[in-house]
Design a protein around this ligand. Structure first.
Ligand code: NAP
Length: 264
């Protein structure tokens, strides 16, 4: 009985998609892949979404239009997450545009793979700055506001590679392991202010980032996954929704593994 009566005057989205209703969320690196899926799931759940991109302007514009169709406030920002001053400026602009900052998803990330023996200083710096320094930049600026609000959720995108290591990805693994230590420390510092900080560690997720991998490596990875498949960006995004929502208000300092059972 109940359901038909309760939803009679509500659209599907109004009834089911309310986990983030009214929250203002900022997602870095959302023009493609996992970030894009997070932005879509957030808008579907009623969040107002600010998102960043680095160079994919056309994709960002298309995403903005798609997100607006959910009836939420949306703004795209071109901003380099690895640039400290730009990150501070971004948080300032976001807060002016949206009024508050309830969730920050530090998703922007890159790979520049190579065996250590051949890895250049430039490859090391680029990956560490984009993946790890960016998390420091955005978290520091955003949590200043969250502390005043006495609420907020920071969600940092790490990786199974940051937990296990991976040959040919010493720079990427170091950046992702660093994110875990950083997230746990921030959780300890800010727990008493009701500001939470968690990390999500996806396993093998099928996006443009993984399309670059050698197909033989991909097959070996899949064979080693108990669920025998890669994950989708939406499957990661669903977990990010949980960590940004009031479904996880007593959860901080954790790493949520989304990997089809790898290394369990
Ligand atoms: P992707 O498809 O390559 O997308 C990367 C996104 O980051 C793009 O939107 C890109 O913007 C943005 N970006 C790159 N550098 C940036 C910078 N300096 N400032 C702002 N934005 C920047 O990557 P993905 O596979 O979705 O991965 C997303 C996150 O999940 C990354 O942190 C990655 O390490 C992590 N992860 C991925 C996997 C996987 O299997 N795919 C597994 C574990 C963890 P432009 O389009 O403008 O360049």
């Amino acid at each position: 009985m109940g359901l038909d009566i309760v939803v009679e005057n509500l659209s599907y989205f109004e009834y089911f998609m309310t986990l983030l209703k009214g929250k203002n969320a900022l997602i870095t690196g959302a023009s493609r892949g996992i970030g894009r899926a997070i932005a879509l799931r957030f808008a579907q759940e009623g969040a107002n979404v600010g998102f960043t991109y680095l160079s994919s302007a056309a994709q960002a514009e298309a995403l903005q239009t798609e997100l607006e169709s959910y009836g939420v406030k949306v703004k795209a920002y071109q901003s380099d997450a690895s640039d400290h001053a730009a990150a501070e400026e971004l948080i300032k602009n976001f807060t002016t545009d949206f009024g508050s900052i309830d969730a920050v998803v530090n998703n922007a990330g890159i790979t520049q793979d190579g065996l250590l023996i051949r890895m250049s200083e430039e490859q090391w710096d680029k990956v560490l700055n984009t993946n790890l320094k960016s998390v420091f930049n955005l978290t520091k600026a955003a949590t200043k506001i969250m502390m005043k609000q006495k609420s907020g959720s920071v969600i940092n995108m790490t990786s199974v590679v940051g937990v296990k290591g991976n040959a040919g990805q010493a720079n990427y693994a170091a950046s992702k392991a660093g994110i875990i230590g950083f997230s746990k420390s921030v959780a300890l510092e800010l727990g008493s202010r009701n500001v939470r900080c968690n990390a999500i560690a996806p396993g093998f997720i099928e996006t443009e980032m993984t399309e670059k991998l050698d197909p033989k490596t991909v097959e070996t990875w899949k064979e080693g996954i108990p669920m025998k498949r890669g994950g989708s960006a939406k499957e990661v995004a669903d977990c990010v929704v949980f960590l940004a929502s009031d479904m996880s208000t007593y959860m901080t300092g954790q790493v949520l593994h989304v990997n089809g059972g790898m290394y369990t």
